[in-house]
Write a protein of this length. Structure first.
Length: 105
């Protein structure tokens, strides 16, 4: 889970910085790492939330792991799976959209 969150954060930087460097610079100015919160939800809820925030113009996306390890019938497989969403924006805008979610344990 921690690796997936890091992958999503890295994807955020790569997607947002080339076009909107000032957004990343402002986020990065907070002790060199910005504020990062990892919340828990189902895959379906994650996709719906990302779709909603994108419709509001908030920079967001989903990290799709091409080799997600899955245990199926006692065997490990590597499958392609959407595992972690990311978004960057003002807390006052994001909080009402995400306040129903709990922190990832």
């Amino acid at each position: 889970a921690m690796a997936a969150a890091n992958h999503a954060g890295t994807q955020m930087i790569r997607n947002v910085k080339p076009k909107h460097k000032s957004i990343i610079d402002e986020w990065d100015s907070a002790n060199g790492a910005g504020v990062t919160i990892v919340l828990s939800c189902s895959e379906e809820e994650m996709k719906a939330i990302i779709q909603d925030v994108q419709s509001l113009g908030i920079h967001s996306g989903i990290w799709t792991d091409p080799t997600y390890p899955a245990l199926i019938n006692g065997k490990f497989y590597e499958i392609k799976m959407d595992v972690c969403g990311w978004m960057i924006g003002d807390a006052s805008v994001l909080k009402p959209l995400l306040s129903h979610l709990v922190l990832y344990p």
